[in-house]
Design a protein around this ligand. Structure first.
Ligand code: ADP
Ligand code: MG
Length: 247
């Protein structure tokens, strides 16, 4: 079953700046898809189009067969820079993710608190984002995205503002939680410019060209998990992605 279909999407900010040329790909159920491409090729713009935050100039996006028009549609977004509101507590930040749901204040609070617990932030409910490290802030960002029970999780370079050790821990925690049957997430689309990260996490990598971007290649990655980053197949996949990006 197709969770998301990106069909001939193009995007221009104005008539002189075409950012996304013509991009099509599918996201199947239970698939973790990475979008990888050079800086400025329109990855963030494309992810926002998928989320319904921006309207494409051409083409369309389908979510479970239905055209995406606006947000609150079963997909949620994790931002590169966390996008937490500093004047709200961590719990209140997560609760913001409930705004599209019909929940009482109490239920929203309970749900948000459970997610903070699951993501290792027990005891930080009533403190503010400024006391948290980068990795912890992103955990709040991820909790806020998950609290609405999304079926598709969209993540824009979620680990790129973290140091490598923090990123590594968070990546494996996220994979663990995504496999947790209590979460209804059926698919993930992650933007990254980190080739190793893309191959470590993904079932499929969509490689974009420089702007106006097109799909240069799509590769399915069937290496078994946890993946050995020094293994022959892993390294040859890395070579392929680098070579495609360099074209
Ligand atoms: P990526 O995430 O791949 O780095 P973005 O989607 O952020 O790329 O941006 C794609 C391109 O669009 C960049 O070259 C950027 O300079 C340009 N861009 C982004 N926002 C605007 C805007 N508001 N007006 C015009 N150009 C923009
Ligand atoms: Mg970007």
């Amino acid at each position: 079953m197709k969770m998301v279909e990106v069909k001939n999407v193009s995007y221009s900010f104005d008539e002189n700046t075409s950012v996304i040329g013509d991009v099509s790909f599918d996201v199947e159920k239970d698939e973790f898809v990475s979008l990888i491409g050079p800086s400025g090729c329109g990855k963030s713009t494309l992810l926002r189009i998928i989320a319904g935050l921006i309207k494409p100039s051409g083409g369309k996006v389908l979510y479970m067969g239905k055209k995406v028009e606006g947000t609150n549609n079963g997909m949620s977004f994790v931002f590169q820079d966390f996008a937490l509101l500093p004047w709200l507590t961590n719990l209140e930040n997560v609760k913001l993710g409930c705004s599209g749901l019909i929940l009482s204040e109490k239920e929203a609070e309970k749900k948000s608190s459970v997610l903070l617990d699951n993501l290792g932030l027990t005891g930080f409910e009533n403190s503010y984002p400024n006391v948290l490290s980068g990795g912890m802030k992103q955990r709040v960002g991820i909790a806020r995205a998950l609290v609405s029970n999304p079926r598709v999780l969209l993540m824009d370079e979620p680990f790129s503002s973290l140091d490598e050790l923090t990123a590594e821990t968070l990546r494996s925690d996220i994979l663990y939680h995504l496999k947790n049957k209590n979460l209804p997430v059926n698919a993930v689309v992650m933007v990254t410019h980190n080739v190793e990260e893309a191959i470590e996490l993904s079932d499929k990598v969509v490689i974009l060209s420089k702007k106006p971007s097109k799909v240069s290649a799509v590769r399915t990655i069937s290496l078994k998990r946890p993946r050995n980053k020094r293994g022959k197949d892993f390294l040859s996949m890395m070579d392929f992605v680098y070579a495609t990006l360099a074209k």
